[in-house]
Design a binder for this molecule. Sequence first.
Ligand SMILES: Nc1ncnc2c1ncn2[C@@H]1O[C@H](COP(=O)(O)OP(=O)(O)OP(=O)(O)O)[C@@H](O)[C@H]1O
Ligand SMILES: [Mg+2]
Length: 343
Amino acid sequence: VQGVRDYAIYMLDPTGHVTNWNAGAQAIKGYTADEIVGRHFSLFYTEEDRARDEPQHVLATARREGRFEGEAERVRKNGERFWAHVLIDPIYGDEGELVGFAKVTRDVTERRRATLELEQSRAALVQAQKMEAIGRLTGGVAHDFNNLLTVIRASADFLQRPNLSEAQRQRYVGAIAETAERAATLTSQLLAFARRQPLKPEPFDVAARLRALRQIMDTTVGSAVEVAIEAPVETMIVEADPSQFETAVLNMVINARDAMPTGGRITISAHPVQAVPAVRGHVAAQGDFIAVQIVDTGAGISADHLGQIFEPFFTTKAVDKGTGLGLSQVYGFAKQSRGEIDV
Ligand SMILES: Nc1ncnc2c1ncn2[C@@H]1O[C@H](COP(=O)(O)OP(=O)(O)OP(=O)(O)O)[C@@H](O)[C@H]1O
Ligand SMILES: [Mg+2]
């Protein structure tokens, strides 16, 4: 015990006075045996702890529970504070009478500092990620909104001009209505990602919906991209929110278009399946489902990004090109409709 330097090992009498002292105790606490034997161990406590009668509580706990173990600040001879790991065992004599306490103290200041630093850097990382997401949100959504507001403002200005033809008037009113609609879609998508928008599930035919989307899809992707719809079965009824379904398909079609700047082909196919396969650690769900598959001839998604694409605000596009909300809408829709999505 005398040779141990990493641990302060010493004994107290039943009232808490130091009765012996090892080299480790001297190294950690700074007192020599001559200086400390006979003094009360509350000397090692901070003033605040002494004011709270902590030394007495600690001894009482050790007696009551057979041992005390804890970590707290302690004070060295030179007044310096350190972080101590403390063990106290009561020692009983042959007759069962308390003869004192054995104390083992370790200086764990370094370990605690490392732990705190790690916690701080973790917290900083979380905060940075949050800031990044908020930055993308304000950057992307605010930009989108500004563009939409610019259109509305300009149309309103035009409408104030005298002598507008009926055709012009209609065009500007139409632009305002359509732009306001797009702004509303943007907010409703945001709400859906925040999972506050209730879906309105109803039975609808997937094949018919895809065919009905043909026009808008062709317009969206432009003439360089060809859209093919393959729906071998005539009718495929599912129960889900049809407008969210359309939004999801369009979000994926737009992604495919963005991935093929020089043109290409998008194939959308739908067919009945008897289970949702096991993805991302979920077990497979048996039952009647419709699988919708979207394939494009674009660049594809790098393996590094695959794990993140469904996260809200994850985007590889320029601030004014993407907000990173498209696939999180698709993901939210699939999940809320008791389906799945995979790449
Ligand atoms: N068909 C695809 N081909 C290649 N990469 C894709 C495809 N679909 C998605 N991605 C990648 O996934 C990312 C996230 O897609 P998501 O639709 O969520 O956001 P976004 O398209 O960047 O922005 P937003 O849809 O909000 O305008 C994209 O930035 C892109 O890197
Ligand atoms: Mg997108």
